[in-house]
Design a protein around this ligand. Structure first.
Ligand code: CMP
Length: 299
């Protein structure tokens, strides 16, 4: 009976070891799957610009599915609800009965209907037994939109703080936040060159710029004033003729939020205090004149 007991114990140990090996294998497999999903997402044209945190969240939200050879994974014209990454096997993409391509492991498919909110653009059929990872529409869209939403709310917060925009409604500010584009400059970079044509309006969100003007070709440019966070420039060229009336250069690192002519006209251009700097308060005007006088003296 002692021997019997030892045998049973050995058997139990074998069983536990096997279980541990299986668990190890599963963890290794899961690790490989995650690597494959990550590579697939980074290779996909629509997803390669996502931030790593978004890629990791998509991976966390994906669940595995197995389908047998011949299964129709996606039917052209259906309302799509899942985005897939193919891990094992091959699928065929057809449109109107014509073959478009074969998809191999490590590729994303089914993203178009979800990204563009349209019906499935093609049919996808399993050429072999396949293993897929899938994420549902809602999860996918929420993750895709996340950075956009955060950025939008940051822009809104900043735009609300710009004194010249105080009279703009939340709705208009939100539209401005939708269309603007952040551009970065380094010390000394020209943001605007006098005499060049231009169709953009700039709001400084970080840093300082220097505005200079040349009155004639053979004269040195004269320093007019510096502008900083919350100030704006470039509006002159958006009214009437589109030639820049002064040069603007970055002093240190600068970030500007850039609005195009059409959006400026529709959303911002009507503002009294933006349509003309001549309406600057006496205090500001005095400061600009004093600065200009001082710098013309020292230059
Ligand atoms: P979706 O339209 O959601 O569903 C069908 C999927 O097939 C589509 O997303 C793409 O992932 C894929 N697909 C459609 N057209 C092509 C193509 N020409 N080449 C490769 N894949 C395609």
């Amino acid at each position: 009976t002692k021997i019997e007991e030892l045998r049973q114990r050995d058997a139990l140990i074998d069983e536990l070891e096997l279980e541990l090996d299986t668990k190890d294998d599963l963890i290794r497999q899961l690790f490989l799957s995650r690597e494959l999903i990550q590579r697939a997402l980074l290779e996909n044209d629509f997803m390669k610009h996502l931030e790593m945190s978004q890629i990791l969240t998509i991976m966390d939200c994906m669940h595995p599915t197995m389908l047998v050879q011949g299964c129709c994974v996606i039917e052209e014209g259906d309302d799509g609800s899942l985005v897939y990454v193919l891990e094992e096997g091959r699928v065929e993409v057809t449109k109107d009965g014509k073959k478009l391509c074969t998809i191999e492991p490590g590729k994303v498919f089914g993203e178009l209907a979800i990204l563009y909110n349209c019906t499935r653009t093609a049919t996808v059929t399993a050429l072999t037994d396949i293993k897929l990872w899938a994420i549902d529409r809602q999860g996918f869209q929420t993750i895709m939109m996340r950075t956009g939403l955060i950025r939008h709310s940051q822009y809104m917060e900043f735009l609300r703080s710009v004194p010249s925009f105080q009279s703009l409604t939340e709705d208009v500010l939100s539209k401005v936040a939708d269309v603007l584009e952040a551009t970065h400059y380094r010390d000394g970079d020209y943001i605007i060159r006098q005499g060049a044509t231009g169709d953009t309006f700039f709001i400084i969100s970080e840093g300082q710029v220097k505005v200079t003007q040349q009155t004639s070709a053979n004269e040195e440019p004269v320093f007019l004033y510096t502008l900083s966070k919350g100030d704006w420039f470039g509006e002159q060229a958006l009214k009437g003729e589109d030639v820049r009336t002064a040069s603007v250069t970055a002093v240190g690192d600068v970030t500007c939020l850039v609005v195009d002519r059409e959006s400026f006209k529709q959303l911002i251009g009507g503002l009294e205090n933006v349509s003309s700097r001549v309406n600057d308060s006496d205090e500001v005007k005095g400061k600009i004149e004093a600065e200009a006088a001082f710098f013309s003296m020292v230059s």
